[in-house]
Design a protein around this ligand. Structure first.
Ligand code: SF4
Ligand code: SF4
Length: 531
């Protein structure tokens, strides 16, 4: 299923992790009454803060003892019916070459039983992903529901989630999801031209029509769903077109934007986790920052409290100081979002499905033992402990936390390795949203809805327009650009812009040799303002 495959998962990583916030903070307006328990409930997947035991204490080999965990199970491994050009997970097929890549009944049983056994909270999230998880067929998931019932403990409930490309959905699937209260993450990259740029089938044909058909089925059956949009080099230039399409045409009020960062080596060959360069399909850092700020400006003027954008919600939680943002990438530490391969191999994270990060197999050790290991504890703490000094001194670290370690492959201006490739974009975005974020948090602290920020901004926008009108055409523009009014905000309004959409479709993974030139052009550069 592609880049999205890694996203509907753990405690709110970028990718959809179809986990939805227990309460949408920005629609809640109750920060004033929040206590510690509330703060836990505000986490994206209701996963409480882990209890950390002293290392080596009591003769135990365990480094920590999480009460809950979020595991992305991949019952088809990396196998998918599409061939999205940017999908890093397709390369993972090589890890299990010659394997049927289907989860056995025995592994499914062990997984559900052990997942339940390790939870010490009443709700268990069971997350299905891929590859394309619907390739397993409905009977597999009917069996999973039976096993949940068989091993359920008193008072326990389940949240089943699935991230799918949507192309194989039928009425039968949708009715099943509705009956079992699944939360579905469906991957759509924007209107047809943008979606089909990379999300293609194995013969290179765009998948837009099939995905929209799947989405309409979910809507007709009243299934709960999120839309997950990967932001890449092409749709990254069309933030408003993407956002308005998702809101107005796809008809969703819950969306996630995930940056495509595809690591390659100096020849342009895929080099997941080890490449020092970004592919030509990857979103550029500044482009991603522009995408987020443009969508934010539209959202904060029209849709606060109505449309849920996961990145903005996570930012609000960090601005409010809740301790957990609901997205692992924006938390100080991580380690509670793991990946389970079809054969029972458990990895530290689905971005790190690599032999170096294999914890073990659930047929040999229990999920609880594997998660409580020093290896996994260290993995999660490294997110914080490996930050370069540049991040430690960054004024928006409280919101960014260096994002995901998988993207930390450029050097800081003074040459220290380990800076996030997207740093420049994050700096721009978090600086841009600071004032409205602070005001929304203040509104909620005083018991008023965050949505009042829309009125405040409308009044400010009006006051600014009045100022522009009062200024002479040759005066400096009140926006502070340094330009004359007539060349800046006093210009005659442009004709409504109709921007051409890309017309060529992506193709299934081009040969490695074709990727070198573009990749060299796409070499990461130092963050803007630091060169
Ligand atoms: S490495 Fe950590 S921050 Fe990155 S996706 Fe995995 S759990 Fe999240
Ligand atoms: S914005 Fe850049 S410097 Fe600041 S924490 Fe994020 S990655 Fe580090």
């Amino acid at each position: 299923m592609g880049v999205d495959a890694d996203e509907v998962g753990a405690p709110g990583r970028w990718v959809g992790r179809a986990g939805r916030a227990a309460v949408d903070l920005l629609a809640a307006a109750r920060l004033d009454r929040m206590d510690v328990e509330d703060a836990d409930a505000y986490q994206g997947t209701r996963i409480p803060l882990p209890i950390v035991r002293p290392q080596g204490g009591g003769g135990s080999d365990r480094a920590w003892s999480p009460e809950a965990v979020h595991i992305l199970a991949k019952p088809t491994g990396a196998i998918c019916n599409l061939a999205c050009s940017y999908c890093f997970f397709l390369d993972k097929e090589e890890l299990y070459e010659g394997d049927r890549s289907r989860m056995s009944e025995q592994t499914l049983d062990a997984y559900i039983r052990q997942l339940i056994a390790m939870h010490r909270v009443p709700q268990v999230t069971v997350a299905w992903q891929g590859g394309e998880p619907t390739l397993m067929g409905l009977d597999f998931y009917r069996r999973a529901m039976e096993l949940e019932e068989r091993y359920r403990e008193p008072g326990m409930s389940f949240l089943n989630t699935m991230q799918t490309n949507g192309t194989l959905l039928t009425d039968e699937w949708a009715a099943f999801f509705k009956e079992h209260h699944f939360l579905i993450g469906i991957s759509i990259d924007g209107p047809r031209e943008l979606h089909d740029a990379f999300r293609v089938n194995k013969s290179g044909r765009g998948s837009f029509d099939e995905v929209m058909r799947g989405l309409r089925l979910l809507q007709e059956h009243g299934v709960e769903y999120n839309i997950l949009t990967t932001v890449n080099r092409i749709n990254g230039d069309y933030p408003l077109e993407v956002y308005r399409f998702l809101r107005d045409e796809a008809g969703t009020s819950w969306m996630q934007f995930i940056p495509v960062v595809e690591r390659v080596d100096e020849r342009g060959a895929p080099a997941d986790l080890r490449g020092a360069f970004a592919s030509e399909r990857s979103v550029r850092p500044e482009q991603f920052g522009r995408f987020l700020t443009t969508v934010f400006d539209e959202w904060v003027r029209h849709d606060v409290g109505e449309v849920f954008v996961q990145t903005f919600e996570a930012a609000a939680r960090n601005w409010a100081g809740l301790g957990q943002s609901g997205m692992c990438v924006f938390n100080e530490t991580c380690g509670l979002g793991l990946a389970l391969e079809h054969n029972g191999d458990l990895y530290s994270c689905d971005h790190f499905v690599d032999p170096e990060y294999l914890l073990g197999n659930i047929g040999d050790s229990s999920i609880e033992d594997l998660i409580s290991s020093r290896q996994q504890f260290g993995f999660g703490r490294d997110k914080r402990d490996s930050l370069p000094r540049y991040c430690l001194e960054c004024d928006v670290r409280f919101a960014c936390h260096g994002e995901c370690p998988k993207n930390r492959f450029i050097t800081t201006p003074d040459g220290e390795p380990g800076l996030n490739y997207l740093c420049a974009g994050f700096k721009d975005f978090f600086h841009h949203i600071g004032v409205p974020m602070r005001r929304m948090i203040e509104l909620m602290r005083s018991g008023r809805p965050a949505a009042e920020e829309m009125d405040l901004l409308a009044a400010e926008d009006q006051a600014f327009q009045d100022e522009v009108r009062r200024a002479g055409r040759n005066d400096g523009c009140p926006c502070g650009s340094g330009l004359k009014v007539k060349r800046c905000h006093g210009r005659a309004p442009d004709e409504p812009e109709v921007r051409p959409m890309p017309t060529s479709l992506g193709t299934p993974r081009p040969p490695v040799v074709d990727r070198g030139r573009d990749t060299a052009e796409a070499r990461p550069r130092a963050p803007r303002g630091l060169r």
